[in-house]
Every structure is written in structure tokens, then in C-alpha cells.
Design a protein around this ligand. Sequence first.
Ligand code: TMP
Length: 210
Amino acid sequence: MTIRGHFITFEGTEGVGKSTQMANAATALEMLGVDFIVTREPGGTPMAESIRELLLAPRDEPVNDMTELLLMFAARAQHLYTRILPELESGRWVLCDRFTDATFAYQGGGRGVPGEQIAQLESLVQGSFRPDQVILLDAPVETGMIRARHRGELDRFEQEAVAFFERIRRTYLERAAADPGRYHIVDAAQPLEAVSEDVTSLIESLVHRS
Ligand code: TMP
């Protein structure tokens, strides 16, 4: 299978401004004449969006970590094979709001599922497929949580405590440090214009490099 488009994912803890920065990245790609789609995980297809609803709904029943992990990968398999890969094969770039790094960060760092188990599922579902580039929007957890709380009703993940998100942030930063060629850390605690400038110039450099 020859993949021609670029697969770029956006990651970070809650409220770091992913949606705003994905919109910026989309504008930059448009200006450069690159054909692309924007999508998200969990979700991105009707069936995967139904799985997202199952995952995010607050519920009284305790959710088992393995149930949560498998549902993330079930949604991912559907999204990857029915949408992401066909788009990439037709030459489009794909901007994706979260992907498997979020599973290592949330289910691994956050919930405590061993990284090897997540890596096994990653290989099973994705083979050797990985994002070409990961843009990690990084900000202190408290900053993001204040923003997330202002958005209204909290979903099942947003209801977690600060310590959960501290572990998630740490896991993201560790993964980024281990592979600096593929991960780009953007300081999302800067004023909005500065964050947007960083993301725009990153996208421009990725297009010029491609
Ligand atoms: P969003 O709020 O950024 O759209 O993401 C939905 C929630 O799902 C967010 O709290 C992070 C969580 N999530 C995981 O826990 N594991 C994953 O693999 C993905 C993709 C998202």
C-alpha cells in the first residue's frame, strides 16, 4: 500500500486549544494549496462517533480500563481503515484531533494500563502505521482545566482529577522527548497569537519538506 498524503495528529491535555490550532493548521494548508481533511478520535466515521458517545458519556457504572482501551481501538480500526487510509492513499493530507498517542497518555499514563499492552494493540490494529508528525500542544494542566470547565458540561474524562491529567501530560512529554524528529512540542501557555504563529510556521515547514 503506497501512502502519499501526510498524516498529522494534534495532541494535548484538556483545554490546550487543539480545536483552535487545528483550524489554524487547516487555514495554512488551504493557503498552500494542499488538499486535506480534518477528523478526530475517538470518532471520524458514523460508527466510530457512536463509540465516542459510549466512551464519553458520564455513567454510574464503573468503566473497566480494558473496556475503555478496547473501545478506543475499536473506534480507531473503523476510522483508520474506512477513512484515514483511503484519504491518504488518494493523496490528501489528514489532520487528526488525537490518535494513538492519546491512548498511551490517557489509558497508559492516566489509567495505568501497561504501555506494552497498548503497544500490542497498536501493532494489531495499525501494523506499522504511525502518524508522520505529531503536534503536541503543551500547557500546565490547571490552565487547560480552567478553559475546559468554561466550555460547559464535563464529559467522563474531563471529570477526572488534576493528578490524572498531570500523568497524561508527563506521558506525552516523555513520548515527545523519545522521538524529537516526529513530535513537535508547542508551548500552548503562550498568548494565543504566539501559539497560532508557531503552529502555522510548523505546518508551512512540513509542507515545504514534503
Ligand atoms: P477530545 O475531548 O479531545 O475530543 O477527546 C475526547 C476524550 O477522549 C479526551 O478526554 C481524551 C480521550 N481519549 C482517550 O482517553 N484515549 C484515546 O485514545 C483518545 C483518542 C481520546
